[in-house]
Design a protein around this ligand. Structure first.
Ligand code: 5GP
Ligand code: ZN
Length: 114
């Protein structure tokens, strides 16, 4: 999609530090990490937010969770634990309107999030 930052990253027009890629999913390091490990997992298809997940495109979400487990193994954090977070909408803190899942790990994470 034109004018979408994460579509431009998938297309390679904007550089990113790739962590994982398959037919459905692209994962890369967050430019402004909030923990020692902070990876963003995104569907290759443009979906603006959780509000736009439908029966037709929801398979990508399952693929993202499948990829998350592989990435956790790859990073060596599968056993110690990690968090996957999605912000939906401005009040929740969503700033990029291409669906993404933050995978965060490497420190003690507080609950509930702020
Ligand atoms: P949100 O606030 O929408 O939940 O998350 C957007 C995330 O994208 C933020 O954590 C932010 O640091 C990250 N981000 C924004 N622009 C870029 C970029 O150009 N490259 C990378 N790698 N991450 C970005
Ligand atoms: Zn997009």
């Amino acid at each position: 999609m034109a004018d979408c930052l994460f579509c431009s990253i998938i297309a390679g027009e904007i550089p990113s530090k790739k962590v994982y890629e398959d037919e459905w999913v692209y994962a890369f390091e967050d430019i402004s990490p909030v923990a020692p490990h902070h990876v963003l997992l995104i569907p290759k298809e443009h979906i603006a937010s959780v509000n736009e997940i439908t029966a037709e495109n929801s398979a990508a979400v399952a693929k993202i969770y499948e990829a998350a487990g592989k990435i956790a193994q790859q990073l060596g954090i599968a056993q110690e634990g990690y968090r996957i977070v999605t912000n939906c909408g401005e009040k929740a803190g969503q700033t990029v309107f291409h669906l993404h899942f933050h995978l965060i790990a490497g420190r003690d994470l507080q609950w509930p999030p702020g």
